[in-house]
Design a protein around this ligand. Sequence first.
Ligand SMILES: *Cc1c(COP(=O)(O)O)cnc(C)c1O
Length: 481
Amino acid sequence: MQYLSTRGEPASRGFADILLEGLAPDGGLYLPQTYPRVSAEQLSRWRGLSYAELAFEILSLFITDIPPEDLRALIAKTYTAQTFGGDARITPLKPLPGDPGMALLGLSEGPTLAFKDMAMQLLGNLFEYALARQGAELNILGATSGDTGSAAEYAMRGKRGIRVFMLSPFGKMSAFQTAQMYSLADANIHNIAVQGVFDDCQDMVKAVSADLDFKRRWHIGTVNSINWARLAAQIVYYFAGYFQATQSNDQQVSFTVPSGNFGNVCAGHVARMMGLPIRRLVLATNENNVLDEFFRTGVYRPRKSAETHHTSSPSMDISKASNFERFIFDLLGRDAARVRELFTTELQRRGLFDLSADAAFSRVSDDYGFASGSSTHADRLATIRSVWQGSGRLIDTHTADGVKVAREHREPGVPMLVLETALAAKFPETIAEATGLQPERPAGLADLERRPQRFAVMPVDVDAIKSYIAQHCAAPVAAGG
Ligand SMILES: *Cc1c(COP(=O)(O)O)cnc(C)c1O
């Protein structure tokens, strides 16, 4: 399988080449040259497989430059019941009796209680493997307001050849999120508490990444959501959810996906392009409704930072959707010149692009199955309450955005699966506001906030972070805790 860029860079590259990369050199995003089509025979055979076996069947279609036996071993070591909450299904289906025909697809049984573990855990093992083969090192530099940073740290902890430098806004994360990251004692994990807000952290990462000499000298990389390997790993659970929700492969299923950067739902789009019988892909946003607006009107208008709302489903607080270009590329018949025009000239000139008059826009729903909706804080509270009353389940705020929108789109006879992108235990404040209850923690996390914490405090100063990185990279990477 070869990969191309959504902006037309002609060179084709293998999975191993793009594994450690973000954007393509021309500024586009990587996609497979074609989507593998799954036959009825394959689909029947896959129905009985374990999650790890299924993941191998699917990922080996996209990863053809890692020996199959190595890939199988990496996947088997990633998707274990031990890492994912003790449930052998890894992504268990959780029926909602109060909403007949609806169920949650549990994607948050991993170590940080959010769906990003599903891809990040595999990424950690793939990175370690690829770096060992090249005899190389990687220093991951990132900024986080919560979920991504912790998922990256739990995936990379103790990995040979990898260090993580994660910037977070000092005192601005929830006590749970802070403790989750800062209590890690692994020598290769560096938590840096920046005396500023999340945007300051992100600006510092951008400034360091823009210094190409520094970047090359210290092997700086990222693990952001545009990484193709992350997206590929997420394709698997659409199949796993489908098999759990149906008895036979002539049935259709719809999915509702709480969305921010369009990474999760883009994996659903790929699964559908591969031939998984998905009827609708329903995209749910919170008050930051950039994507809902596009699917309703055909206008894509990224927001300015000042227009981005801070909400109670914070992992969906985005101003632009960094994976969206992948879908637009497919929607426009893979016309790379047109994609480049829209995402560079057009966005710069007008701050938006408008496909409402384009024939392609009518295909969004008819041919690609997309629908959308959005949710507010009041909706989240009401939804958390009603799911608790109707089904006896406490759901997190992001999943609540999904359930709210899913209820508006369900159809008789078509199971509607809502992707559970985090557990309620991660957002106890809003759960208490909605229900007066304290969500239960998974076993083993009861004392999280009382564990010793380890982090460096730093001003908003690019030179300070550079010298910190240089100082800690001079020593060899210490493996293990
Ligand atoms: C990251 C995240 C999302 C958004 O996923 P995208 O792939 O960015 O669309 C939704 N919910 C939670 C809990 C998340 O951490």
